[in-house]
Design a protein around this ligand. Structure first.
Ligand code: PLP
Length: 474
C-alpha cells in the first residue's frame, strides 16, 4: 500500500492544520487524503473510490468535476479575475449575481451583501440587525435569540450564536471573564424531538418551544429589548433537526407582530437541499427579514457567502445624505470568480431541473433510510429530502443511550466502517449525517443505505464483543 501520492501527501500534511483539527485523530490515524473528485464520488490518494453521501460538507450540489463549471470559471479569470469591491465599486459578475439572488429570494429580500462564506455572511447579518435598530433610534433593542444545537459558523461571533454542546466545543466567546453576556446573545431550546420530546405530541412539543421563545422575550424585557430571532429552518450540523410543524411559523408571526427581525440561516437548507433555492417560505411558510446563503450557492466550486435582506432593513440603513458607511468587507468579498461560479451553478440547477429531482429522490432517500430502524442500535432516522441523520443508541427498544465515552465515539466507528465499504458519512458524536449532492439517483440511494446497513451491523458486533451491548438483543 501507500502509493507515492500517499507518501508525499502524508509527509507534507505535517505542515497542515485542519479546520476543527482533531489532534488525536490526526496523530494516531493520519489524515484521510482525497486526491480526486468526480460527480458523487471522491478518490483517496490510494485510488480507492467512495460514494460521498456528505456532498463534501453539505455543498457539492451539482456534483464535482463539471467541465462547464471549469469553463465558466476560466472565462471569468480571463475576463476579470478581480476588481476592487469596496465602497462604491463593483464588477459585472457581482451585480449579475445580486440581481439573480434577489429574484430567487422570497418576499422583499432585494438586497445582497456578498462575503466569503457562511460565517462571514452571518457576521454581516448581525451588524445589519444592530445598525437597523440604532439608526431607527432603538439602540436598546439589541438582544438576539438563537438556539441550542444551532451552528452558524466559527468566527468569534458566529461560534457564540451557535449552541452545540460537546465536551470539546466552546461556545462561550460572548461571555467576558466575569461571565457578562457582552453581545446580548440568548439561547432557547433545541427542537430535537428525539432528545427532548419527553412523550409530548408533536403539536405539544411545538407549543412548548414557541412558548419558550415568547417567555424568553418577556424575560429579556419585552420586544423593545429584542432585535432578532435566528434559526436554521432545519438544524444541520447540530444533528439534522427538523422543527415540529408550525413552530417556526408561529415564532415568525410573533416576530412580525412585535417588530423583531427574523433571520434565517439557510447555508445548508438552501440551494436545493430541500428542493428549493430557499426553503424558509417554500417549506416553512416564513418570509424572513434576512436569509444567509453559502455552500451550495456555488456547489463548492469557489468560496462565497451571501446575506440577503429586506427592503425594510435597507430603507433604514440607506436613508440619504447621512454619510453612512457599512464598515465591513473583505478583499475577497463576492470574489468575481465565485460570483461567476454561482451564476453558472444556478443556471445548471435550473436547466437540469435539479429542484424537481430533489422532490422525487429526497423522499425516497428518507424512506429507504427508515428501513435501518430494524437494526437494534438505530435509535432515530430523521431529516427531510437530502438532509438526513441516523442516530445510534444502545438498544432501540428501550432507547437507552450508550455510555458517554462510547456514545461520543460510535459515530466515528460507523463512519470508519462505512468508509471501508466505500461510503462517506459524517460522524458527529453518535450520529451519521448525510447530505448527498442533488444529482444522487435512486440506485445510488440504495447503495448508500446498503453500505450504511453493513457498517452499522459491523459496529453492533464490535460493541457487543466489547461488552457495550446486552449479550443478545432484548
Ligand atoms: N451556517 C450554517 C447553518 C452552517 O452549516 C455553516 C457551516 O457549516 C455556516 C453557517 C458557516 O459557513 P462557513 O463554514 O462557510 O463559514
Amino acid at each position: 500500500m501507500n502509493t507515492d501520492i500517499t507518501k508525499q501527501a502524508l509527509a507534507q500534511s505535517k505542515n497542515l492544520m485542519h479546520p476543527f483539527h482533531g489532534f488525536d485523530m490526526v496523530a494516531h490515524e493520519g489524515p484521510f487524503i482525497i486526491d480526486r473528485a468526480h460527480g458523487m464520488h471522491v478518490y483517496d490518494s490510494e485510488g480507492k473510490g467512495y460514494l460521498d453521501a456528505v456532498g463534501g460538507m453539505w455543498c457539492t450540489q451539482i456534483g464535482t468535476g463539471r467541465k462547464e463549471m471549469a469553463d465558466a470559471i476560466a472565462e471569468q479569470v480571463m475576463k476579470c479575475n478581480y476588481s476592487n469591491p469596496f465602497v462604491d465599486n463593483a464588477n459585472t459578475a457581482q451585480t449579475a449575481l445580486a440581481a439573480k439572488l434577489a429574484e430567487l429570494a422570497p418576499g422583499d429580500l432585494n438586497h445582497v451583501f456578498l462575503t466569503c462564506g457562511g460565517s462571514t455572511a452571518n457576521e454581516a447579518a448581525f451588524r445589519l440587525v444592530q445598525l437597523y435598530n440604532v439608526y431607527r433610534g432603538k439602540p436598546e433593542k439589541r438582544a438576539l435569540i438563537c438556539r441550542e444545537d444551532a451552528y452558524h459558523g466559527t468566527t468569534l461571533l458566529t461560534s457564540s450564536l451557535g449552541g452545540r454542546a460537546a465536551p470539546n466545543w466552546d461556545e462561550s466567546w460572548y461571555l467576558d471573564s466575569d461571565g457578562n453576556n457582552v453581545l446580548d446573545i440568548h439561547k432557547v431550546s433545541s427542537p430535537n424531538y428525539f432528545h427532548h420530546g419527553d412523550g409530548l405530541s408533536e403539536a405539544e412539543f411545538g407549543e412548548k418551544l414557541y412558548q419558550e421563545v415568547v417567555d424568553k422575550i418577556a424575560a429579556l424585557g419585552g420586544p423593545d429589548k429584542v432585535a432578532a430571532f435566528l434559526a436554521e429552518p432545519i438544524i444541520g450540523a447540530g444533528g439534522v433537526v427538523p422543527p415540529p410543524a408550525n413552530y417556526l411559523k408561529r415564532v415568525w408571526e410573533y416576530c412580525q407582530a412585535n417588530d423583531i427581525l427574523y433571520w434565517s440561516d439557510e447555508v445548508v437548507t438552501g440551494f436545493g437541499r430541500l428542493g428549493h433555492f430557499f426553503a424558509s417560505e417554500a417549506e416553512f411558510g416564513i418570509t424572513p427579514d434576512i436569509i444567509i446563503s453559502a455552500k451550495g450557492l456555488t456547489s463548492a466550486y469557489a468560496p462565497l457567502g451571501a446575506c440577503i435582506f429586506s427592503d425594510k432593513i435597507w430603507n433604514v440603513l440607506a436613508e440619504a445624505d447621512q454619510g453612512r458607511i457599512f464598515n465591513m468587507g473583505y478583499t475577497y468579498s463576492g470574489h468575481p470568480i465565485s460570483c461567476a461560479a454561482a451564476l453558472k451553478n444556478i443556471e445548471i440547477i435550473e436547466r437540469e431541473n435539479l429542484l424537481e429531482h430533489v422532490h422525487e429522490v429526497g423522499p425516497y432517500f428518507m424512506e429507504q433510510l427508515q428501513t435501518l430502524r430494524d437494526l437494534e442500535i438505530v435509535g432515530d432516522v430523521r431529516g427531510s429530502k437530502l438532509m438526513a441523520c441516523v442516530e445510534i443508541v444502545k438498544n432501540n427498544k428501550t432507547m437507552e443511550f450508550l455510555g458517554d465515552e462510547i456514545n461520543f465515539a460510535v459515530g466515528h466507528m460507523v463512519g470508519d466502517a462505512a468508509q471501508n465499504h466505500g461510503l462517506i458519512v459524517r460522524a458527529v458524536a453518535n450520529m451519521s449525517i448525510m447530505s448527498p449532492p442533488l444529482i444522487i439517483t435512486k440506485a445510488e440511494v440504495d447503495e448508500v443505505v446498503a453500505k450504511l446497513r453493513k457498517a452499522i451491523v459491523e459496529v453492533t458486533d464490535i460493541l457487543r464483543a466489547e461488552g457495550h451491548l446486552a449479550d443478545e438483543a432484548a
